[in-house]
Ligand binder design. Structure first.
Ligand code: HEC
Length: 137
């Protein structure tokens, strides 16, 4: 009977040790998995210099034109006046630049509001319209 108790208690001891080892491992792996996003560093990466790139300063008008307008105005899609086409833009310019700008901001027939550049300010749209006109003389 004494021997049985010894066997049982050492079995219990082993169980306790195994359990607490497991618990410690779990805690570690939980801590690993719950790191804030910025702290997780993937193996092979240079972890000291991870910086988010933030656009600084105003966008360049030619960049706005290229990314938001050239899709239609480059080739004349949907009847859009083509970039560089002096007569097409000359016809439009008769309305006055202010009208062209407000139509570009608000949308005009198949011309979508802001030419789909929802992040563009009114001033940026105005500058882009001017850029198109300057290059379509
Ligand atoms: C989805 C195609 C599309 C995109 C993108 C687009 N346009 Fe247009 N745009 C048009 C079409 C089509 C017209 C001609 C509308 C008409 O006269 O019926 C037009 C006309 C214009 C006009 C003349 C408006 C007038 O009053 O005659 C201006 C100015 C203009 N677009 C500026 C821009 C600028 C600036 C951008 C980019 C920020 C842009 N567009 C992006 C299709 C587009």
């Amino acid at each position: 009977m004494k021997n049985l108790m010894k066997v049982l208690s050492s079995a219990m001891l082993v169980l306790v040790v195994v359990c607490s080892a497991n618990a410690a491992m779990d805690e570690d792996s939980i801590r690993d998995r719950t790191q804030p996003v910025g702290k997780v560093c993937v193996e092979g990466e240079d972890c000291g210099s991870a910086t988010a790139s933030v656009a600084s300063g105003p966008r360049d008008v030619s960049d706005i034109y290229q990314s938001s307008c050239s899709g239609c105005h480059g080739a004349g899609v949907l009847g859009a006046p083509k970039f560089g086409d002096a007569s097409a833009w000359g016809d439009r310019a008769v309305k006055g630049v202010d009208t062209l700008v407000s139509n570009a901001i608000d949308g005009f027939n198949a011309m979508p509001p802001r030419g789909t550049c929802s992040a563009c300010s009114d001033d940026e749209i105005a500058a882009t319209v001017q850029y198109i006109l300057d290059n379509s003389k």
